[in-house]
Design a protein around this ligand. Structure first.
Ligand code: BYC
Length: 488
């Protein structure tokens, strides 16, 4: 393994030798002001007292190394001055392509010409999600329940910005003129815009409040983890190395989601217990305690989980088969799987609706790669839900949060447009619609949450609807002033 040291002398900290590649350096320097313009226009927007978020000093983690230990340092940084670096995991010597028809050949250090378009598409789609999520989350600082949470939000945002840099580096370094054009387009599309939307469905949805934010970072960032793991297997070595390093940052995003939802559930369950309320459906009384009722948390969970499942594409997909065959995108934990890594004769069970019943049907494994990744994802999601339920049972309340059925509320693939309940019951559209308010958040829920969530700006204080975290971040206590306003 060779570890390239990180160069902080250029505008963009990097371990890819930018200082020695003047053409690339100039291309990235031209892109930088456009990126900053996008960040200021579409990044975190709002005020703490009179000070805009972008002028506040935020206790942020910055990647300074690619070694496993000590890769990040914490300091106060104004977000527009964040060092968005280009960092690749160390190169593995003699790495070979781990799967597909080129299995065993040396990993590509340059773009394989025959697969250029497919590779570019994968990188562009990955890149598009990163700024999209910043756009979706841009107003959340206005209702942050504490400085600790506001800091976490901004941390996630700047790192999604860095992940955009990571993909833009690949486009500009390896794809010439069309790579540069794609890099510009990544700054032009906008989440939810009718004319220039982001590429994938879930990234055009709103993240209107903090419960959505935490569910998004739990569920949707976890799709990010699965997809990055699959791309980290790639035979195109620069993509593999880039994704391996991004995964280090992604872990924190899912931590924010898992603990955030957990803290909301804890606050609700404990407030119910303290007020002597056993019935989770006693909505008015529960809401009057300044916490979120558990059935509403379940409805929001149903929404974010189902939207995220759509991000895996159709269960059976020739795109996915081609990406695997060509060695561009592998499976989750590809190298740990005990098979031929070519899937020539194997099959995989895919859930399908046959004669009104869900059945497991064996299909050629090569065509079922999206289904397989989605199944791995669903398994990976289960742990958090179990932990959230512990808070509920510890408070002596009878209620369990659950992942909805994979066919519930789907718009892509096998189950697109079917009327399926969260429990997996198949029904008709009219019946489903008449129960929509039991399954998914309602307008009333939206109004309630909007009233409930107000910005809290006293260090160490937390809004009523969320429990404090167990510990602080970056070596600081919970009550630390994670956001500081200059000259106050
Ligand atoms: N919305 O064969 P199909 C993250 C399109 S998240 C709209 O079914 P395929 C992050 C598809 O593009 C991870 N369109 O699927 C998280 C294709 O269109 P074309 C992001 C969709 O191609 C939080 C057609 O339908 N990374 O990092 O096998 C915060 C047929 O496609 C959707 C990646 O996704 C949809 N949901 O798989 C920040 C990895 N689904 O080409 C960041 C890169 C499908 O016929 N992307 N379509 O016009 C991929 O691997 C694949 O493109 C997908 C789709 C898994 C997304």
């Amino acid at each position: 393994m060779t570890i390239d040291s990180v160069d902080y002398s250029t505008l963009m900290p990097n371990n890819v030798g930018l200082a020695d590649d003047q053409k690339l350096l100039r291309a990235l320097e031209r892109w930088y002001p456009k990126y900053l313009e996008w960040w200021v226009d579409m990044g975190p927007s709002g005020f703490i007292h009179e000070t805009p978020f972008q002028e506040a000093d935020v206790w942020l983690r910055t990647a300074v190394s690619v070694e496993q230990d000590g890769w990040a340092k914490f300091d106060f940084v104004k977000m527009p001055e964040y060092r968005w670096g280009i960092l690749l995991a160390p190169q593995e010597e003699d790495r070979t392509i781990p799967f597909g028809e080129h299995k065993g050949e040396p990993a590509w250090q340059e773009v394989p010409g025959a697969y250029r378009a497919m590779l570019r598409r994968l990188i562009v789609i990955q890149g598009d999600t990163e700024p999209a999520s910043v756009e979706q989350q841009r107003f959340l600082g206005r209702t942050a329940p504490s400085f600790y949470d506001m800091r976490n939000l901004f941390q996630v945002n700047v790192e999604e910005g860095r992940h955009l840099w990571a993909m833009v580096y690949l486009l500009q370094r390896y794809f010439g003129k069309d790579g540069r054009e794609e890099a510009e387009e990544l700054l032009r599309r906008r989440s939810g815009d009718e004319d220039r939307p982001r590429m994938l469905g879930a990234f055009n949805e709103e993240t209107p409040d903090w419960l959505s934010f935490f569910l998004f970072t739990y569920f949707t960032d976890r799709d990010g983890k699965m997809q990055l793991e699959a791309l980290a297997q790639s035979g195109f070595d620069p993509l593999s190395r880039t994704c391996r390093f991004m995964l280090a940052e992604e872990a924190h995003h899912m931590f924010v989601g898992a603990t955030g939802v957990g803290r909301i559930v804890k606050a609700s369950a404990e407030a119910m217990r303290d007020a002597g309320i056993d019935d989770p459906y006693d909505t008015e009384r529960i809401r009057s305690l300044g916490v979120i009722d558990l059935p509403l948390i379940q409805r929001k969970l149903n929404l974010h989980f189902s939207l995220t499942l759509d991000l895996f594409g159709a269960e059976e997909s020739t795109n996915a088969a081609n990406a695997f065959n060509t060695g561009l995108k592998g499976r989750y934990h590809e190298t740990a799987i005990d098979d031929d890594h070519q899937l020539l004769d194997s099959t995989y069970p895919v859930t399908k609706l046959v004669d009104g019943e869900f059945q497991s049907i064996e299909v050629p494994a090569l065509n079922a790669l999206n289904a397989r990744l989605r199944d791995d994802y669903v398994d990976d999601c289960a742990g958090g839900v179990k932990r959230w339920n512990r808070y509920i049972s510890q408070a002596g309340i009878e209620f369990e949060l659950a992942l909805p059925h994979v066919a519930f509320h789907r718009q892509i693939g096998e189950f697109n447009g079917l009327a399926v309940t969260p429990e997996g019951g198949v029904t008709d559209e009219a019946t489903w619609e008449s129960c929509r308010g039991d399954y998914l958040p309602t307008e009333g829920d939206r109004v309630f949450i909007e009233d409930l969530m107000q910005q809290v700006t006293t260090p160490g204080e937390f809004a009523s609807w969320i429990a404090p975290p167990q510990k602080g971040i970056g070596g600081q206590p919970v009550e630390f002033e994670y956001i500081q306003i200059p000259n106050t």
